[in-house]
Design a protein around this ligand. Sequence first.
Ligand code: GLA
Length: 403
Amino acid sequence: MKALEEAYRSHFGRNEGLYHIFSPYRICPLGAHVDHQHGLVTGFAIDKGVDLLFSVRDDARVSLVSLTFDGDVEFDIDTPSLVKQGNWGDYARGAKYALRKRFALTKGIDGVIRGSLPVGGLSSSAAVLIAYVMAFAKANNISLQPFEVVKIASEAEREYIGLNNGILDQACIALGKKDGLLFLDCDSDEYRIIKRNPSMPDFEIGIFFSGLTRSLVNSDYNLRVFECKTAAWNMLAYKQSPLRPFEKTFLRDVPKSVFEETRDIMPARFARRAEHFYSEYRRVRQGVTAWETGNLQLFGKLSFDSCESSIHNYECGSPELIAIYEIMRPLKGVYGGRFSGAGFKGAVIALVDPAEKENIERALTEQYLARFPEYESTFRIFWVRPADGASLSEHKLQAGDMN
Ligand code: GLA
């Protein structure tokens, strides 16, 4: 917090009326690439994320500084949103855009923001969007239920940032709980936190960062979403069922029995995307039961299987991510894991036995760098735990700092 406080004071020179938002990153052990097709997902918020320290201004100006990215960001919160500027401030502009669709905004903020892990694949974009939505809501006396925060931040990402994603990231970040697994149905929006069964062994979450980062807007993420919808359209057309507009077409609306009938007559590429969806649906259901009964071994195995399906059916994963997955799968103490997030670049996550952390770290580092020596300085391993979702609190500067 010290660096954030110092940056805040040197930029804005205020000591009072400060708020702190912690918006965590998220991981998804099971239920990947299905949220945008209204599937079933699971996830955790983790104890690393984005910190935003801010105060409310008397006027409509938003003034932001980042400890992670260069350049200041300035805009007015009470005017229509401009087109994207192509810099980190777009996330704040996106949050304004989505909130302004619902509420009048008149008050801006002075804020300093910082991310705590230099890693792709943990959904830092949803974490910052949620932080800004919460901050702008606070500044304008708007009280939001956690699920409204999910919806608004998700609209910002889809409509303003331009990623056709689902609500997995936002839901984990806003609704996560440290002692349970989030289970969400992205069709009905029903969710529950499934508490850890007391008989379940302890675990920590390993984050194995390949060394590569990439923005999802420029990856094949959107293409995969369209492939899934095309599979659904194919199946509906074959059954002579009415078609909906493409944007309202989801694999969830097509029964699995129709997929069984049609899989061999649609282009194999689309059939593979649908296979991922239906098999992931089954894995999440089994995984929820495994979690409820404290069976971490089975939960982990399903997460591994989910990653296999991402590689072969969903066809994502760079050679680097696939290598990390292959190396970690047989290691002692790794219960399970998969690519994190969209799986095009970024990180692999794993649930591991804390007693084996050091051995896992050593084996993974040696074997990965033997295959990809070019990432010697960028390959990183972090250990985290599940955490509560995003929170806002009043923030007092330390007495010694108030000069
Ligand atoms: C990214 C997207 C999410 C979800 C995951 C894959 O994180 O933002 O909506 O689709 O990929 O499960």
